[in-house]
Ligand binder design. Structure first.
Ligand SMILES: [Zn+2]
Length: 326
């Protein structure tokens, strides 16, 4: 059986898709009841909290302009925004810049500041502009293989906070009747002290899909284990944007006790819409471990791209004077 078919079979047997979205910026929808607003995260309603802000079900920095939710109060919205979503933003910024994901203030700009030799990548209407200086290159080119390798520094982030930010998206997309199964997870995701442990392990399945992908499409699925099935995690949020797919467990206090401490074989969820893998190569899978609660500084994201067959990056040769060459 081919890999993709095997994965489809695995999910058909073991999981139900209890929520699914394919979002473009022009799609608009609201989750929940705007006339009867109670915050899912802190449990409060008016007059104890307000609901004046637009609460994105998926952070705007990932390109979501589509789904709003009626059940996130302004206080929680603000806390998430300056907390875990900021970590998610810093962690994901290098890739979002390269694949031109449009957030609140446009496509992010990467720069190494100061007037010393450095570099800058920004998006200018139609293409990426890359400014670099010879003694501090940010990319290496392999002209024979037509590959470019970027080495981009991430702004400081705390890995476990990035994990919580993905889980928060999952908790937001859950149907109402499932929320009660995740009260422990809900409390942990809201906890600002990241040294407090709730899980000992929580591997995230990461898939990179090579080839040209739309930069304004977000795919989100909530998966829940089928009723007669045991031995697999109860629920996942699967989120795909650009070339990346993240499959993040949503551990349930009520339904995951039996698998605690066990080693489990999972296959990655087959998100539809891969570019032609015969031409661009098979999707690459990896396991991300984001349980670390120490702030990471100076972390380097290494991103490799084929420059004819992937994003339309125009690559300059390194320049001494630092002019933008693209
Ligand atoms: Zn709240």
């Amino acid at each position: 059986m081919k890999k993709q078919e095997e994965n489809i079979k695995f999910y058909e047997t073991n999981y139900d898709i209890i929520g699914q979205w394919f979002l473009r910026p022009t799609d608009k929808m609201v989750l929940g009841d705007m006339a009867n607003r109670v915050c899912r995260f802190c449990g409060k309603a008016k007059p104890y909290v307000t609901f004046k802000k637009f609460a994105h079900a998926i952070p705007e920095l990932l390109g979501n302009k589509s789904i709003e939710n009626a059940y996130e109060c302004d206080t929680c919205n603000e806390e998430f925004g300056k907390g875990i979503e900021n970590d998610l933003g810093n962690w994901s910024k290098p890739m979002r810049t390269l694949i031109r994901i449009r957030g609140k203030t446009g496509v992010p700009t990467l720069k190494k500041g100061g007037d010393k030799p450095g570099w800058r990548i920004e998006y200018d209407q139609t293409k990426l502009n890359i400014t670099s200086y010879e003694n501090d290159p940010i990319f290496e080119m392999d002209e024979e293989k037509k590959l470019v390798t970027f080495k981009l520094r991430r702004d400081p982030y705390t890995p476990v906070a990035v994990l919580k930010a993905f889980m928060k998206i999952g908790l937001t997309l859950l149907p109402d009747k499932e929320v009660g199964n995740f009260s422990g997870l809900m409390a942990w995701v809201r906890e600002k002290d990241h040294s407090k442990l709730y899980l000992s392990q929580c591997p995230v399945i990461y898939t990179f899909r090579p080839g040209p992908m739309p930069n304004d499409l977000i795919v989100a699925c909530v998966l829940r284990r089928r009723q007669n099935i045991t031995g697999f995690p109860y629920a996942f949020i699967v989120l795909g944007y650009g070339n990346e797919v993240f499959q993040v467990p949503l551990p349930s206090d009520n339904h995951d006790g039996q698998i605690s401490g066990q080693s489990i074989m999972m296959l990655p969820f087959p998100v539809p819409g891969h570019p032609d893998s015969a031409f661009y190569g098979e999707p690459m899978c990896d396991i991300l471990n984001w349980m670390d609660n120490q702030v990471k500084k100076g972390d380097i994201a290494t991103i490799q791209m084929g420059y004819e067959s992937s994003v339309p990056v125009e690559l300059p040769h390194a320049s001494q004077d630092g002019q933008s060459m693209a």
